[in-house]
Design a protein around this ligand. Sequence first.
Ligand code: NAD
Length: 260
Amino acid sequence: MLLKDKVAIVTGAASGIGKEIAHTYAREGASVVIADLDLTQANAVAEEIKANQGQALGVKMDVSREEEVEHGVEQAVNAFGSIDILVSNAGIQHIDPIEKLSFADWKKLLAIQLDGAFLTTRSCIRHMYESKRGGSIIYMGSVHSKEASMLKAPYVTAKHGLIGLCKVVAKEGAKHNVRANVICPGFVRTPLVEKQIPEQAKNLGISEEAVIKTIMLKDTVDGEFTTTEDVAAVALFFASFQSNALTGQSLVVSHGWFMQ
Ligand code: NAD
């Protein structure tokens, strides 16, 4: 068990990639806090984990709201005693060309992706410093942390921004043995992606199949989607790595869509 006696908070863990990471961490012995906007679904994931003899707690958290983040992290510490791992994963997508993009949609996406990453980092890192147990902070970036695509201005901007935040956290956290890294997945078939297939098809005037083949998977080495399991395996690697040798990094898991 790679995460025995560790406590992890995974945001956006009621669905998709976050849910898979929560299950993976629980199987490796961590107590996992499922933090999500959707408390009903968060509780359902926590129940699944408990049914498999794991330890889990669902908490309601809008990561863009300071008081909800503080309250959710407090609930986690009260339940499990400390925080060792944060996976800042909650996120949304928005598809629009810049000339049609509203300021409200721009700000909403940045608030969830960037304010959320900052607020959860600040809250968890205080506990990591105080406990003197060190810690691992993992940001869910994207190939869009490295590459741009049309129609995704706020998403590409936010995902690039996470790499900057990660590097600062890696530098500041080092003396407390707190590491920070970014995972950059290619397309994974979660609800977030299922929603954008018809949206992109409409915006670009092409079929849904063409969106998958000629846009999403066009530059992969094998035309395959990345899976939630692929991403969770990287999240486990970062969480269980023992020293500051691996910090301030971003790792792309995308079937070769982006090669460094
Ligand atoms: P998803 O839609 O399946 O899950 C996202 C979860 O985040 C949901 O449970 C939702 O309720 C929650 N959420 C949304 N806003 C929130 C908020 N303000 N506060 C707390 N929770 C909130 O999506 P996913 O595909 O699993 O995406 C997870 C992360 O992975 C996102 O950051 C996304 O950008 C990133 N990512 C996804 C892909 C992909 O292809 N699916 C690729 C690269 C990166």
